[in-house]
Structures are given as C-alpha cells and as structure tokens.
Design a protein around this ligand. Structure first.
Ligand code: SAH
Length: 219
C-alpha cells in the first residue's frame, strides 16, 4: 500500500479511531492493522474531510454514504473467521472504503456498484492505494455476481428487505455472508454461514444502510 504523502496528523487520528474500535469490541488484530493503515480521508470529499476519522457515516454524493468505520470493521471481522479468504464479493462499492479494508485480507476481491460515477471514483481511490487484487464491476448486484462464484465471503453494504436465495447459492462451503436486512428504520446486520446445504444465521447488531436497489441503472 502506498502511504506517501499521508501526514502525521492523519496517522495520529487513525490511531485514535483504532482505539475507539477496540473499545467497542473489535479485537481481530488484522482488521485493526488494516484500519490503522488505510487513509479514510482519500475516500471523502474535501468539504467533509474534517469528519474522515470520526466513527460516523459521511455523505459521498448521489444520496449515498461511506460506511461508519465501526460497521466496516465489524463486517470485516465477521467474514474473516472463514480465513483464508480466496475470493470475496462486495455488493455496493460506493467510494471503495470497505473494498480497501477487505482487499489486503483476501486473494481476490470483486465489488459491484450500480452508480457509475461512484464506481469510477472508487476505481481512482483504490488505484491511489495500489491495490492490485480488486476487480470493480459497474452493474446491478442485487442478485450477486454469479460469474466469479463461489465466494468465501460476500459483504453486502446496502439493505434488501429479505435475503436473496441467489446470494446464498453463491457462497462456497463454510463461506460467510454478512448483510443488512430490512426497511430503513428497522435493519438487522446478519451473518449467514454455509454448512453443506444448511445456512446458519446469526444477528450481529442493528444498523442503518441505504436500500439495495433493483432495476435499471440510473447512471
Ligand atoms: N461499501 C461502501 C458503502 C457504500 S453505500 C463503503 O465502504 O462505504 C452502499 C452502496 O450500494 C451505494 O453506493 C449504492 O449505490 C450501492 N447499491 C445499492 N443497490 C445496489 C445494487 N443493486 N447493486 C450494486 N450496488 C448497489
């Protein structure tokens, strides 16, 4: 990862963020190391850059947000137990922050985004970080991306009302799906683990994500 030009101030504020994540119960050392090493401010427009290392979601345009660092850490930690992660699918690239966090912890990452300008922005951000194992796709990921399945982990960062069977079918044996489910005010973050043809579901916490949209692309 190329960290040239990233100032001491940002490194110090990232250290403070990592301490907060640890206080909130994130304990996987690999996750904390990647969060410490990844500059979040490059994913955020200059007007909001003072919020880069606060543990909150931030507006990225097109009525979308960059996820809250705690939730990114929690989702990453949840799928990491399935290690080693060969192939990972992310649905909802946004500006690419979650992609940048999972990429150093997996062999190949596929990430799909329906809004073209965000897909383009993520591509530029991830190139800045020199992450060569990330494959970005512009398209509708509401039914996954079967072409590269099965996946050891699927991370969904927009919420459907129910869990699509198509996503379960794209999980490898012992694969893990982490997904927010439900309407805006009442969403649960769920971890689904595949054991043969059984799917074990566990509630992680309550969350608030943008909806997982279907249908024609707007951009
Ligand atoms: N992973 C991002 C979160 C982005 S917000 C991060 O790390 O910050 C969720 C994203 O999901 C939005 O950019 C939205 O456009 C996208 N999205 C919603 N429905 C989608 C769909 N059906 N296919 C692909 N992307 C979708």
């Amino acid at each position: 990862m190329n960290l040239d030009g990233i100032g001491v101030t940002s490194r110090r504020t990232r250290e403070r963020l990592v301490a907060q994540l640890r206080d909130r119960g994130i304990c996987n050392a690999n996750v904390l190391d990647v969060m410490r090493a990844t500059p979040r401010h490059i994913f955020i427009d200059e007007a909001f850059s003072h919020l880069s290392y606060d543990d909150i979601p931030v507006n990225i345009g097109y009525k979308q947000t960059i996820s809250q660092p705690y939730i990114v850490a929690r989702m990453t930690e949840a799928v990491l137990d399935a290690a080693p992660l060969k192939r990972v699918l992310e649905i909802g690239t946004g500006c690419g922050y979650q992609t940048a966090i999972i990429a150093p912890l997996a062999e190949e990452v596929y990430s799909i985004e329906r809004i073209k300008p965000l897909h383009d922005k993520a591509a530029a951000n991830l190139e800045t970080l020199g992450l060569g194992n990330v494959h970005l796709i512009h398209g509708d990921g509401s039914l996954g991306y079967p072409g590269k399945s099965p996946y050891d982990a699927i991370i969904v960062t927009a919420a459907p009302l129910g869990i699509p069977n198509e996503l379960l079918a794209q999980l490898a044996q012992n694969g893990r799906l982490v997904i927010p489910v439900g309407a805006a005010a009442d969403q649960e973050l769920r971890l689904i683990t595949r054991k043969e043809d059984q799917f074990v579901s566990r509630l992680l916490c309550n969350v608030r994500f943008v909806p997982l949209l279907k249908g024609p692309l707007q951009y």
